[in-house]
Design a protein around this ligand. Structure first.
Ligand code: F6R
Length: 612
């Protein structure tokens, strides 16, 4: 969703901000803009479309400035157009703001301002906020910092903001509640951004702003105060992120790079945690909570999208190995029910970005009911990681492609480790099975590599189905969530309508859709439900559906029965999703590329969904 980049220091602000906005493009946006302050005053430039459209708009202009704010907007209030893009001026054009999030009570504030003679150029809640700040400053004669603080005390909703003033070329004021904001601390220079990716090229020293904090940079110094006006000491930490990790590294798209990174990212998610040869498994972030997890009466898993699918896989694994009942909930549904949380219930929140608004709200609700919350997040230091009692990072590295790939396999890996640790502690798993699964987990990166070596075969199949209008994905057991994930990947990046179903459910409705124009992807690996899914495939074939089957190497039955076969290596049934999802990621990638889609930034989607 919206991205923030701001700078004050001694460098040229404009190219730095534009580069930073490009680094945030992966978050999803529909317009871009920046404000620069120099001897000619405070000037805003903004444009609907991509950062490249903004760059065209800027060409030939004198953009020299060493302070500025920039923004990529994902429309919420008001259509994506030039006027609604950020930054927004105050009425007198002496202030400008960039804002991520939603000001829920903006309409009431706006009405009051209109009564006082304020005029609004855009339909956005963000313009209301800057005019509100301006109004407080004028009415009370207070400093800008104080006006920001007083305004934010009145605001209901979520925000990350940066404010610039024509009156002080050394000053930027930023604040956050519910939307992320990172401050890079350099030599006599400061960077503000929605995540660390635009900053790491210049400094690895960062401060993660907390909710209800306001950061003020003035005359080369950084101060942080709370909304209650208490001073806090900025906590500077080193960000462990290298530039190569956020570049394409020779691949055409981030998504492809990330699919091919999975042997490494899965290994990284186990690094230092698993040593099969001596049966060692340790998750540092769970150490003090493992007894509680093992003795829990019920686990509730919350997440959205792909993370929710990882949760569905984990449901099977926790129930099978640790014998703890599991419920998997969409965070967006959980937060608006009155969910029953009992003593000894554990909530596991899964999120790649660690910023998903619905998941964060679900955590807060569960916490308020006394639950212990475990987090499975990828982004270190993210809001969700900080809101949980315990947890394990997935260590997949930055995921830039909007469609989640390596984050999913890393989530499933870490959740499997959590289930194994809980099972061992609870005494519900035999030592033999425990060691066998650890040994098989250690082989997974090499097996994923093997599947990736067959990418060309998936590409050929993709070519045949490039212009399909619909797809059905079927799986049973642990492969049912993989079917859901395969369908989600295809629809979000190729815009082909796709549905995932448990294979046996087909006869209760979706079978009506099957004809010779309906491609059906079936994950039919050799596991406990193999015979059943073979029957389901026969039902599809009897209705002339075209079947692409993901099968276990050496299967001699299915190649003679279906239209196309993709082989994957044999692994223990519990671990199959880590392998079976790979060809489905490739299939959607190739189809989307062949259809000419923007796979890394599909329309309407955002990488980090910070609004509900
Ligand atoms: C799908 C996808 C989304 C996310 C969802 C949750 O490819 O990326 O469905 O999985 O928005 O995001 P996180 O995991 O960041 O909470």
């Amino acid at each position: 969703m919206c991205g923030i980049v701001a700078y004050v220091g001694h460098r040229e602000a404009c190219p730095l901000i534009l580069k930073g906005l490009r680094r945030l493009e992966y978050r999803g946006y529909d317009s871009a803009g920046l404000a620069l302050l120099n001897g000619d005053g405070l000037k805003i430039y903004k444009k609907k479309g991509k950062v490249s459209d903004l760059e065209q708009e800027l060409s030939g202009k004198d953009l020299h400035a060493t302070i500025g704010i920039g923004h990529t907007r994902w429309a919420t209030h008001g259509a994506p157009n030039d006027v609604n893009s950020h930054p927004h001026y105050s009425n007198d054009r002496r202030l400008a703001i960039i804002h991520n999030g939603i000001i829920e009570n903006y309409a009431t504030i706006k009405q009051n301002l209109v009564r006082k003679g304020h005029e609004f150029r855009s339909e956005t809640d963000s313009e209301v906020l800057i005019q509100f700040i301006e109004n407080i400053r004028k009415e009370t004669g207070c400093s800008l910092e104080e006006a920001v603080r007083l305004a934010l005390q009145e605001v209901v909703g979520a925000y990350a903001i940066v404010v610039i003033s024509a009156d002080d070329p050394t000053q930027l004021i930023a604040a956050r509640k519910g939307s992320p904001l990172v401050i890079g601390v350099g030599d006599d220079e400061y960077f503000f951004a929605s995540d660390a990716t635009p900053i790491i090229e210049y400094t690895k020293d960062v401060v993660y702003l907390n909710d209800y904090e306001i950061a003020v940079v003035r005359d080369g110094a950084l101060r942080i105060i709370t909304l209650e006006n208490a001073q806090t000491t900025p906590y500077i930490q080193k960000v462990e992120l290298e530039l190569e990790a956020i570049e394409k590294g020779g691949f055409d798209h981030f998504m492809m790079k990330e699919i091919f990174e999975q042997p490494r990212s899965i290994a990284d998610s186990m690094r230092g945690r698993v040593r099969a040869e001596d049966g060692h498994l340790q998750l540092g972030g769970l150490r003090d909570y493992l007894d509680q997890l093992a003795a829990s009466k019920r686990i509730v898993i919350v997440g959205c999208g792909t993370s929710w699918h990882a949760g569905l896989v984990a449901e099977y694994i926790f129930e099978e190995l640790a014998r703890i009942p599991v419920e998997v909930e969409y965070a967006s549904e959980f937060r608006y029910r009155n969910p029953i949380i009992q003593e000894r219930d554990i909530v596991i929140a899964i999120s790649q970005s660690g910023e998903t608004a619905d998941t964060l709200a679900a955590i807060e609700l569960a916490k308020s009911k006394g639950a212990t919350i475990f987090g499975v997040c990828n982004v270190v230091g993210s809001s969700i990681a900080r809101a949980t009692h315990a947890g394990a990072y997935t260590h997949a590295g930055p995921e830039i492609g909007v469609a989640s790939t390596k984050a999913f396999t890393a989530q499933v890996t870490v959740l499997t480790l959590m289930a194994l640790a809980a099972a061992l502690r609870a005494g519900t798993i035999s030592d033999t099975l425990f060691r066998q699964l650890l040994a098989e987990l250690e082989r997974i990166p090499a097996l994923v590599e093997k599947v990736l070596q067959d990418a060309e075969k998936v590409k050929e199949i993709s070519y045949i189905f490039t212009y399909a209008k619909n797809f059905i994905y079927l799986g049973r057991g642990l492969n049912f969530p993989v079917a859901l994930e395969g369908a989600l990947k295809l629809k979000e990046i190729s815009y082909i309508h796709a549905e995932g179903y448990p294979a046996a459910e087909m006869k209760h409705g979706p079978i009506a859709l099957i004809d010779e124009d309906m491609p059906v992807v079936v994950i039919a690996t050799k596991d406990s439900s193999y015979e059943k899914i073979v029957s389901n495939i026969q039902e599809v074939k009897a209705r002339k559906g075209r079947v692409i089957a993901v099968v276990t190497e050496g299967d001699t039955l299915l190649p003679g029965m279906v239209d196309f076969v993709i082989e994957i290596p044999k692994v223990h049934e519990i671990l199959v999703p880590l392998i079976s999802v790979i060809p489905l990621q490739l299939l959607s990638y190739y189809i989307a590329v062949m259809r000419g889609r923007n796979v890394d930034q599909p329309r309407n989607l955002a990488k980090s969904v910070t609004v509900e």
